[in-house]
Ligand binder design. Sequence first.
Ligand SMILES: Nc1ncnc2c1ncn2[C@@H]1O[C@H](COP(=O)(O)OP(=O)(O)O)[C@@H](O)[C@H]1O
Ligand SMILES: [Mg+2]
Length: 437
Amino acid sequence: MNSAPPISVQGLNHSYGKGELKKQILFDVSVEIRAGEIVIVTGPSGSGKTTMLTLVGALRSAQEGSVQVLGEELRNAKPATLEKVRRQIGFIFQQHNLLGALSALQNVELGIRASGKFPRSEHRERARDILGAVGLGERIDHKPDQLSGGQRQRVAIARALVSEPAMVLADEPTASLDKDSGREVVDRLKFLAKEHGTTILLVTHDNRILDIADRIVHLEDGCISTFTDAVIANNRHMMEMLANNRQKQPVDELVDKLSEHEFQDLLQDITDESERFLETTALANNVAFRSMLDKGLFAFTRKLAILLNAERSSLFLVEGNELVLKVAENLEEMGEVRIPLGSGIAGAVAQGREAIRIDDAYSDPRFNREVDRQTGFRTRSILCLPVKNLNGEVFAVAQLLNRKDGQPFDQADEHRFAHFIQSIGVIFETQLGLGGR
Ligand SMILES: Nc1ncnc2c1ncn2[C@@H]1O[C@H](COP(=O)(O)OP(=O)(O)O)[C@@H](O)[C@H]1O
Ligand SMILES: [Mg+2]
């Protein structure tokens, strides 16, 4: 097999319209897809997904940049070249595009005839086989209007795959289907593709099917971004803010600027979204997700310090019989900090399962001065809280040091702190569930 990637898009720009009405839709899009890979392009409606797909599928002429597909450069290519590439691709569209007057079998036969790939005498047999493979062996003589939406879309898959194309391009194949039919359709697609090493580029804004992908790229406002950005983009609240700020501001600076109320809303959104996201992707891409959560935890822990007017904040996770320092101002220079349960203030909180407030750390025998010595910080007051999971087990400890006005932390501080900690509990749990450290 040719080692060049079957799809290689570089610096692709695309505009619709002319003169005053000209509107650029794709901006410097670059993406490469390896043989046998299933890549999903996500992105909101209007972001340019279909445009990108039709350019890759040689259904539209590329204007600027390079689009290499199955060994051919499509930009400025002759019609015969475009036609040759098209014939090697199986297309699946949002609407099944079956011919209503023909049976399922005849529709699929049409697909194989168009490819010009197999002898005429094999067409019927192959069409029958693939309809069996998508679970429609009993319905080959049905016409489209005698089939359900999911069944029609499976006929469309059969039609796209019957000629064993090197590549399948699918545009929102589950858009008109309910959850279960959508699932079945993409599962069949994946199964057949993996069996034959078919390369698949599938565009969708249905995040219930993301887990079939080997890789996910995100298209937004005509620009490609990474999967981590896609996760962020899935968060309604975050999406709006980051859309304007993505390049300029890292997440933590952004969080710093929020009011207490906005911060609460953001936490709620993120926890909801974390849960939903985990359900929908079945952890398929948890590395990227974890790195986003790491950044989020860091930002939130810092934000707590700001909201509660503390000089420092830190977060420990319970690991076996120890606490591991997870977020702190100068985590990197400190290296890995592990504290036995029961030792120091945080250790006492983890074990006692109750908040501890200390007005003067150096007069409390439980306080461990070693960390201050290492970091050159001088701890005065402490507010330290257990973070419990739904079963009431302590799995993390959050700590604030030194109220900035020099006063000790009071009952009101403790309440607010407890309130926030509760909100981010889900994020912590998500992280632990992912094996994050
Ligand atoms: N043939 C066309 N002529 C002019 N504008 C178009 C055409 N096709 C799509 N657009 C515009 O390009 C943008 C991207 O469309 P599309 O690629 O269909 O996005 P998506 O598939 O992500 O929803 C939209 O604003 C759409 O209105
Ligand atoms: Mg579209």
